[in-house]
Design a protein around this ligand. Sequence first.
Ligand SMILES: [Zn+2]
Length: 174
Amino acid sequence: MKRIIFAVLAAVGLAVCAAAPAQAGKPAPTAAAAAYWGHWATQALVYDATGGTNSFKVSEAVAEWRKSGWNVVMTSDATKANIKVVAQNSTIEGAVGDASLVTSGSIITGCTVHLSPTFTYMNVGEHMAIHELGHCGGLPHSTSTKSVMYATTNSNTMMTKPSAQDIQWMAADY
Ligand SMILES: [Zn+2]
């Protein structure tokens, strides 16, 4: 079992993701990259523990990613969830959000997302939820500034849903 943490770092209105790999597209999983390019073998059940604020729009993010064919749904039962989203500052300095994947071989079995409660203004919270849940689905960073999986964002590039290409990218493995 491995844990992989993705971070979004903030710098004066600019969110920057750390630990970005160099890949531009999502290749077929290989043994070497299996832990990173993981797949879900079972339904992904998302529990929103952000505490009642809808700034992060977790269920909307889940609904968007479902369009890819990824079998991900919300659950109100925290004990059954294998993806948990919490409003909590990342332990990574300067991060506004992160996603920590639990994998077994090339299979993703769990994911914990931290979204900083101080970054709920404009569409930041929504963008962060989609971005980090994208990592939970196995997507790395994109090199396209028009992708919700781009490593950074600002007021001009914030997105309220994944792009059509992002959906196709996620669909490539499901
Ligand atoms: Zn990221």
